[in-house]
Design a protein around this ligand. Structure first.
Ligand SMILES: [Fe+2]
Length: 169
């Protein structure tokens, strides 16, 4: 790559990191309400656990900025704002202590996870292209946790299938 291209790609990469940093911050603010809205203890715990992880995701992004000697900053992530607003609508539209509420929360949360998986997967590869291997490793660690959080939600939802089957006898 030409120097000019490398520096343009670097700038683009930094902007995308700012975007995902803001996405994580929005999620840190939203997750306590989402956790509280859950009906089942298992789902609430999954959200609480992911809140702790999300705090770590923000820390890792701060480290990434440090590695590259870039000032830490964030840029409003419109996509995450939309996904969170959808989640809040779901809470308003469904009743407390219902299976519908939990299923709806899982749908909303998995949309968030998939957005994050897409973001971190692309950013990890960009870090590799730019030769920022430490940063790529940080992003991969977070990516693995996003995948695990998504799997956990699928397994909680699958538990509802089995429950339904038992109840129907
Ligand atoms: Fe995250």
């Amino acid at each position: 790559m030409k120097t000019q291209e490398t520096s343009e790609l670097h700038q683009f990469f930094i902007q995308q990191l700012m975007d995902v940093y803001n996405a994580e911050q929005q999620l840190i603010e939203a997750l306590p309400t989402i956790a509280e809205a859950a009906t089942s203890t298992e789902l609430r715990r999954a959200f609480e656990n992911h809140l702790e992880e999300t705090n770590m995701h923000a820390r890792r992004l701060e480290k990434a900025f440090e590695f590259m000697n870039e000032p830490l900053s964030s840029q409003k992530c419109q996509a995450m704002q939309g996904l969170i607003e959808e989640g809040e609508e779901i809470i308003d539209d469904t009743e407390d202590d219902t299976l519908v509420r939990d299923c709806a929360l899982i749908v909303a949360a998995q949309k968030v996870e998939h957005y994050e998986i897409a973001s971190y997967g692309s950013l990890r590869t960009l870090a590799e292209i730019l030769g920022y291997m430490e940063v790529a490793t940080l992003l991969q660690t977070t990516l693995d946790e996003e995948y695990a959080a998504d799997d956990k939600l699928t397994s909680i939802a699958t538990g509802y299938i089995n429950q339904g089957a038992e109840e129907e006898g």
